[in-house]
Design a protein around this ligand. Sequence first.
Ligand code: NAD
Ligand code: LMR
Length: 338
Amino acid sequence: RPQMEEGAGASALRPAVCRAKGGAPGFKAAILGAAGGIGQPLSLLMKMNPLLSVLHLYDVVNTPGVTADISHMDTSTVVRGFLGAQQLDAALTGMDLVIIPAGLPRKPGMTRDDLFNKNAGIVRTLCEGVARCCPYAIVNLISNPVNSTVPIAAEVFKKAGTYDPKRLLGVTTLDVARANTFVAEVLGVDPRDVNVPVVGGHAGVTILPLLSQITPPSSFTQDEIKYLTDRIQNGGTEVVEAKAGSGSATLSMAFAAAKFADACLRAMRGEAGIVECSYVASEVTELPFFATKVRLGRGGAEEILPLGPLNDFERAGLEAAKKELRESIQKGIAFMSK
Ligand code: NAD
Ligand code: LMR
C-alpha cells in the first residue's frame, strides 16, 4: 500500500518538507496505535504541538481516515499515515520520539495484568521496530500493563544492543493528573495549582501518591488520606466501570500523554528544570524499575530523583507496591526469555 501523506496532491507539486515550519526544523514523532481510543485524540493534540514538524500515525487499522482527518488541521506539523506491519519501518525511520498506546484496553472485572497475554507481544513487535529503525528515539510507553511492558521493552532493546535506560519512559502522567484533580477537589483549589508526586507503578496498590509531599504543602485528615489514596489507585477502574464495557480512559489519557510528550520534547530541545513522574529503570529501590520524579533532558530521563521523606502510611504503601511490582517486572522479563 502506498504511504499516505498530508495534502498528497500538493506534495506532488512541492515536497512536504518545504511546507513544514518556516523556521528551525522541529522534532519528528510517531504514534503507534494512532487509530485507537487514546491514539486519535492524542494524534489531534500532537498535531497542535509547535515543537513537532512531522507526525507519523501508525496502526494496523483505520489510519487512512484518521490521517486524512487530522491532516486538515491548519497547524504546521506535517502528518503521514502508515497502515499495517509492512509499513511499521517506514513509520519509525527518522523519529525522535515514539509514543506507544497500542493494544487492548480493560473491560469491567479485568485487571491490567489480564491484558498481558495480548499486549506483551504487541509491545515486543513495536519495540523491535524502534530498535531497527530509530534506536536513538525516546519512547513513551502507554500500553498496559505498564509495570510489565516497560521491562519487556527494555529486554527487546537489550537484545538488539540499543538499550539506553534513559530513553525508555513508562507513562504514569494520568495518575498524577488524577491525583491533582482529586486533591484539588478536597482542598477546594484549582487543580493546575496542585502537584502530587505519584510513585511506584501503574496498577492498583503500585500507584502510590505521596500526599505528604504535595505542592502547595497541605495537611489531610486520616479519612481524607484514605479516600484520596483509594480513589487515585482506582481511578482507572472508575472509568472502566463508567464506560461499562466500551473501554478504559482515552480522553484523559490522551491529555496526559500529550502533556508528558510535550515535557519530553521541551527537554529534548534543551529547556532546563523539567521534572515529571515516570516509570523508568531506577535504583531508588531494590527493584529494577520504579516510578518517581525524573528530571528530563536532551537524552530522556537524565536524573532519577529520590523518594524523599515518607510517613508511616506511605512506607506501608511502598512495601505493598514493591511486592506487586516485583512480580509484574519478573513476568515481563520472563516473557522475553522464552
Ligand atoms: P483501543 O483498543 O481503543 O486502541 C488500541 C489501538 O491499538 C487500536 O487502534 C488497535 O488497532 C491498535 N493496535 C493493536 N495492535 C497493534 C499493533 N500490533 N500495532 C499497532 N497498533 C495496534 O485501546 P485504548 O483505549 O486506546 O488503550 C490502548 C492501551 O493503553 C491499552 O493497553 C490501555 O490499557 C492502555 N492505557 C494506558 C494508560 C496509562 O496510564 N499508561 C491509560 C489508559 C490506557
Ligand atoms: C488507566 O489508568 O486509566 C489505564 O491504565 C487504563 C485502565 O485499564 O485502567
